[in-house]
Design a protein around this ligand. Structure first.
Ligand code: HEM
Length: 413
């Protein structure tokens, strides 16, 4: 194939990945992109100047401070209309969408609440939350009726674990859950372009901001051993009230549906390869290795975006100042230069180091908690339901921003 053919195949693969109606299977498209090279240069694209495809190129973009996340100042250069949305204000006011010293100041404050001691201390609560939701699943599926694993379990456990971490009183978690889901709607494909989705998300953000304002007041008066109290204590004089609220709202969402889809995608993978389901059930100590391979093979988030604050270079490709770079984490996780047989699900890989939690300054703060949580939940699920099986063929998945099954009906007995 000559260079022109390779480039046009790669452009076609990229168009299929970005198709507004969704992308049922990105992995064959990643193969095409890998054949073209480490980075795809886009001369005539309004949004991106380049696409990082290889593991090495993705890593380079994530770690080089010249490549920044979209922030409020950059958004304002397009239009300031986004400022009328409470949800977009919360996102843009959070560490996920800030750069430089603002980012490191806020990240340090929240990061000190994610100590290994605090994460380990959550283990009994995670096991108790899991046991409670397994009981509910058992009840719902007692007569052999199909139960939606996503709705009844995969959404519920991470939401309660986030509640535990952040410090939401247990009685408030049922109230919180649908509001967190409404905000999640804005993150879905096309979400910000849908006025109904945005109206619901904005109402939820306003309510949750009010909720956190009261809770922060309460914790200032009566601190306890939770994330809110620890951020308040460390942050006195270092973080504004608006930043604190935005980060609390966004933190909950960052750690919620991502983990939901790890659980759903992981179980779906075990259903596709029953020999692995049997092996993991027989050897629950292998759970961390399986979780690591779920993360690589079926990441919840397939891409992140950066833009170049100055002229820069990625794996030999020049990116102009102001140029956008699409970082295909999902492609990096399937890079044949990095992984032998990348399209083989193989939990026996050593040091897989998937890109699923991103890298560099914005590396996921919840990575350790996610690994602990999934390492507890998956073996408990398999032990409790030895006959768990899909009730219908697995549904298609179309989103790349947050990729997971819309529903996963299972039978338990
Ligand atoms: C399977 C589970 C998860 C996945 C796949 C995931 C993925 C990611 C990714 C890709 C980013 C970086 C975005 C970027 O580079 O632009 C990120 C950032 C972040 N994640 Fe996670 N995440 C998960 C779970 C969690 C959990 C459980 C928490 C909280 C307890 C959490 C909190 C955060 C925070 C606060 C950031 C922002 C860090 C920063 O901007 O400095 N995540 N996550």
């Amino acid at each position: 194939m000559d260079t022109a053919d390779s480039a046009s195949d790669a452009i076609a693969a990229l168009a299929a990945l970005r198709d507004r109606s969704g992308c049922p299977d990105p992995n064959p498209l990643y193969q095409v992109l890998h054949q073209h090279g480490e980075v795809l240069e886009l001369a005539a694209d309004r949004q991106y100047s380049a696409v990082a495809v290889s593991y090495h190129a993705c890593n380079q973009v994530l770690r080089d401070p010249v490549f920044q996340v979209v922030d409020a100042a950059l958004m304002d250069r397009g239009s300031t209309r986004w400022r009328s949305s409470a949800t977009l204000n919360a996102f843009m006011g959070s560490m996920l969408f800030s750069n430089g010293q603002d980012h490191s100041r806020v990240r340090r404050l929240f990061g000190q609440a994610f100590t290994p001691r605090r994460m380990a201390a959550l283990e009994p609560a995670i096991a108790a939350i899991t046991a409670r939701h397994l009981d509910k699943l058992a009840e719902l599926g007692a007569d052999g009726a199909p139960v939606d694993f996503m709705l009844e379990f995969a959404f519920r456990v991470p939401s309660d674990v986030m509640g535990e971490l952040v410090g939401l009183p247990e009685a408030d978690r049922e109230w919180y859950y649908p509001r967190a889901l409404a905000i999640h709607g804005a993150l879905e494909l096309g979400g910000t372009g849908d006025p109904d989705v945005m109206r619901r998300a904005d109402e939820a953000t306003t309510e949750l901001t009010g909720y956190f304002t009261d809770l922060v007041k309460e914790r200032r008066a009566h601190p306890c051993d939770d994330l809110i109290s620890s951020v308040i204590e460390a942050g006195e004089g270092l973080i504004s009230e608006a930043e604190l609220m935005a980060n609390l709202v966004v933190l909950f969402n960052a750690g919620f549906v991502t983990t939901t889809h790890l659980l759903g995608n992981g179980l779906g993978q075990l259903f596709k390869e029953p020999q692995h389901l049997a092996r993991l059930r027989a050897h629950p100590k292998l759970a961390p290795a399986y979780v690591e391979e779920f993360l690589r093979f079926e990441p919840s988030i397939h891409f992140v975006a950066r833009w170049a604050a100055e002229e820069a270079e990625v794996a030999g490709v020049r990116v102009p100042k102001g140029g956008g770079v699409l970082v295909l984490l999902g492609a990096g996780n399937r890079d044949p230069r990095k992984y032998e047989h990348p399209d083989l699900f193989d939990p026996d890989r050593t040091a897989a180091q998937p890109l699923s939690f991103s890298g560099g300054a914005h590396y996921c703060l919840g990575a350790a908690l996610t690994r602990i949580e999934a390492g507890i939940v998956v073996p408990m699920l398999l032990e409790r339901f030895p006959a768990i099986a899909p009730a219908v063929p697995l549904a298609g998945r179309t989103h790349l921003a947050l990729r997971g099954y819309p529903a996963l009906p299972v039978t338990l007995a």
